[in-house]
Write a protein that binds this ligand. Structure first.
Ligand SMILES: *Cc1c(COP(=O)(O)O)cnc(C)c1O
Length: 348
């Protein structure tokens, strides 16, 4: 482990990342891109994008043009970089400089494209029912001839319920997407991680997973990509009946040893994380006790043969989705909230 020992350490396994991409790619007959928005789901867009480009990824996706700059730097001039938010006011310079491809979401954005850079590559994002981003069916029907005449690189849409394979919304959006795009000459894409797992009907010309690459559900076979090690600041003996932490929420039922570790809700280990979560000394689980504070977490280490100098909270046994479930959220939010002040290391 490198980095200072006074703050928690986040390790990102780039082998596992590459292996997850290959595993998702192997599930389809088509090309597989990669979504690296939000700093690659919090894991570091530079190393993540460089690793995936080396693996053969040729289509990257970011949320905003600003995020594309770091991807371009990491992957070099060849791969395509698409921007989900499309062509926002003032994006011209960024889109030009780094050769980013806006995904046009509205008639206003299309007008902006025609005025500012009619000869540059672009894609079209369609709303097939999620009502979040993309051209409405009526606007698309009206603009389609003009847009198609300009040869969009891709026409895509996004599924609202793909993490629930049996949800009727999946088939409904598939039908809407087909109705809207049958006959286009552009490449088509509908599937993120969930859609990739729904089967070939959803794959079209390429898939664009995000969360599955980073070890999250709904890709159940994902290899864990992140581990988090928490340095122990001090260990104390606690008598039966004594309490630990804010609000006295934990009471010792036996003579206990309590370790205080350096991480808390300010690091994305949400205060809402309830019972059933452990930290690990090797394979030995040690339960969290008491409330999670801003910078500190307390752990029952009574059953360890000796006091640990660090404890691991994310590993192969306990994943981001386990933490998410305990906090009442999703793995995506745990990943993207993790550790702005953690030291970081990459396994290459
Ligand atoms: C975030 C996002 C993705 C990737 O979704 P995952 O569920 O993380 O695989 C794909 N497409 C769009 C439009 C997105 O916003």
């Amino acid at each position: 482990m490198n980095g200072a020992m006074s703050i928690a350490h986040l390790t990102i396994n780039l082998h596992a990342l590459a292996s997850n991409w290959r595993a998702l790619d192997a599930k389809t007959e088509v090309e597989t891109g990669a979504v690296v928005k939000a700093d690659a789901y919090g894991l570091g867009v530079g190393p993540v994008s460089a690793t995936l480009a080396e693996e053969g990824v040729r289509k990257f996706f970011v949320a905003a043009a600003e995020e594309g700059v770091a991807v371009r730097e990491a992957v070099g001039p060849e791969p395509q970089i698409f921007v989900f938010s499309g062509f926002m006011e003032g994006d011209n310079g960024l889109l030009y400089a780094d050769n980013l491809i806006p995904l046009i979401n509205s008639p206003e954005q299309f007008k902006r494209l025609q005025q500012a850079m009619p000869d540059r590559p672009f894609g079209v994002q369609l709303d097939s029912g999620m009502n979040r981003l993309g051209l409405e069916p009526a606007d698309w029907a009206e603009l389609r001839p003009e847009m198609e005449a300009m040869n969009p690189v891709v026409v895509m849409s996004h599924l609202a319920c793909a993490d629930e394979p049996d949800h009727p919304m999946n088939r409904q959006q598939l039908k809407t997407f087909r109705d809207m795009t049958d006959g286009v000459t552009a490449a088509r894409s509908l599937a993120a991680t969930g859609g990739t797992l729904l089967g070939s009907d959803f794959h079209f010309d390429f898939c664009r997973p995000g969360i599955g690459l980073y070890g999250g559900m709904p890709f159940v076979d994902a290899k864990p990509v992140v581990t988090v090690d928490l340095p122990v600041i001090q260990v104390r003996a606690v008598e039966v009946g004594e309490t630990v932490g804010y609000g006295n929420s934990w009471v010792a039922r036996r003579p206990s040893r309590i370790a205080t570790v350096a991480a808390g809700y300010a690091d994305g280990l949400h205060r809402a994380i309830g019972g059933g979560i452990d930290t690990f000394a090797g394979d030995q689980p040690c339960p969290l006790v008491g409330r999670i504070s801003m910078d500190l977490i307390t752990v029952d280490v009574t059953d360890l043969p000796e006091d640990p100098d660090r404890l691991r909270i994310l590993n192969g046994h306990q994943t981001v989705d386990d933490l998410a479930e305990a906090a009442g959220t999703i793995g995506y939010e745990i990943l993207t909230s993790l550790g702005a002040r953690f030291s970081r290391g990459y396994v290459e």
